[in-house]
Design a protein around this ligand. Structure first.
Ligand code: ADP
Length: 411
């Protein structure tokens, strides 16, 4: 079964083609083809490669985002890295949808009614969801009547109990759909399964804290394979400090800025999402690599940004352990989680009291998915490569298999 996965970010569109046979492999399969468009202010850069080593890179002048995505998908069948003779070889298309709103948690086959309902969730996460729905329309236009499946980043967190999901404002908020939804669920769920696999344990016997540290950052508490709490909330702005997002701040700061400095909702939105976090504090970058290199040069504000990031991460891990009432394994995943030994050692530096100890040598250079815990550590510490696209492809595979089985039974 050839499955195309579309994953849209705020400034990029990624796509990946997988092939999955009769049984799901225990390890993620390599992509047959993968491509990305990065959107700049005036042009976009397209980069594609396939499993035979062919690649294509070019700057493109696209009249719109949709036009650029059309060009990206076009390279599946034309150009130097083409992989398919025709789009009809694609069996299914999976979409990462950032927000399922109150209506959606499980992966769902996209019908016109479902697409409309997903668009309604755009009120909660306007930017991404609109682009994701646009991606579904583009696939219909280019690939035709292929099953399209929406997989929700909020879905894994549907099991968070009301005590953690309901905000202590007026109860009316909850009735209006204002609640903790949580994000990065596709990867937190994948990491929970992969951790059980790496530790050779039944997921039902594990208490896990998963730290997804990319441009966006969140921690999740996972008990017996189910999410029971997470740091992101109604929007992906709550919780840990991030690249350009503040994470949690005293809401009184916002009302102060509105009252005393006349800032509008739009201006606050812009500051909190784009001008805060590592970038806001350091003044140089929201990219952890740059922060670490600036620290080497003696940049004090980069040092402060790093220290706040680590402080908030420790406090996030500690609160998730308290919610779980214990911890068997701590997981680091996504760009910073996988690659920054300094962030991992900083985060684990003060949690030895919880039985978490990393091995400095293993931490320095983990190879692929790795156990970096010290031999004496009661808690395992794992580095797991984020595999959102693979997780989406496997969800599509499972949904289509069960649908085929049901259709077969009904016939
Ligand atoms: P996204 O959330 O957009 O998918 P990623 O998971 O790719 O992002 O994570 C991006 C973050 O990972 C950036 O802050 C980047 O600096 C950081 N990162 C990537 N490689 C390294 C590295 N070798 N050392 C430290 N940070 C890194």
């Amino acid at each position: 079964m050839k499955i195309l996965v579309l994953n849209s970010g705020s400034s990029s569109q990624k796509a990946c083609l997988y092939e999955i046979g009769e049984t799901l492999p225990a390890q993620p399969a390599d992509c047959l083809w993968q491509g990305t468009v990065e959107f700049g202010s005036e042009s976009a850069s397209l980069a594609v490669q396939n499993s035979k080593g062919a690649s294509q890179k070019e700057e493109i002048q696209a009249s719109s985002r949709a036009d650029a995505v059309r060009r990206l998908l076009g390279t599946l069948t034309t150009g130097s890295a083409h992989t398919l003779a025709s789009f009809s070889e694609i069996h299914a298309v999976g979409h990462r949808v950032v927000h399922g709103g109150p209506d959606f948690d499980e992966p769902v086959l996209v019908t016109p009614a479902v697409r409309k309902a997903i668009s309604r969730a755009a009120e909660l996460a306007p930017l991404h969801v609109r682009e994701e729905v646009e991606g579904m329309e583009l696939v219909q236009e280019m690939v035709g009547a292929v099953p399209q499946i929406a997989v929700f980043d909020t879905g894994f967190h549907r099991t968070i109990p009301p005590s953690a999901a309901v905000y202590p404002g007026p109860y009316k908020w909850f009735e209006q759909g204002i609640r903790r939804y949580g994000f990065h669920g596709i990867n937190h769920q994948y990491c929970a399964g992969r951790a059980a696999n790496m530790l050779d344990r039944n997921p039902a016997s594990l208490k896990l804290v998963s730290c997804h540290l990319g441009n966006g950052c969140s921690v999740a508490a996972i008990d017996s394979g189910r999410s029971v709490d997470t740091s992101m909330g109604f929007t992906p702005l709550e919780g840990l400090m991030m690249g350009t997002r503040s994470g949690s701040v005293d809401p009184g700061i916002l009302t102060y800025l509105m009252r005393q400095k006349n800032l509008s909702g739009g201006q606050l939105d812009d500051i909190l999402n784009k001008k805060s976090g590592l970038l806001g504090i350091s003044g140089v970058s929201g990219d952890m690599r740059k922060i670490e290199s600036e620290i080497e040069k003696g940049n004090e504000r980069a040092r402060l940004a790093f220290d706040i990031f680590v402080h908030r991460l420790r406090s996030g891990i500690g609160s998730m352990v308290a919610v779980l009432g214990g911890i068997d394994a701590l997981i680091f995943t996504a760009g910073i989680g996988e690659h920054s030994a300094k962030v991992r050692s900083g985060a684990c530096g003060t949690v030895e009291i919880l039985g978490i100890q990393i091995d400095p040598e293993k931490n320095r250079r983990p190879m692929g998915d790795a156990d970096i815990s010290h031999a004496d550590s009661r808690v395992r510490v794992l580095v797991i490569h984020a595999q959102e696209d693979w997780a989406i492809a496997t969800e599509c595979w499972k949904l289509l298999r069960s649908k085929n089985a049901t259709d077969h039974d009904m016939n």
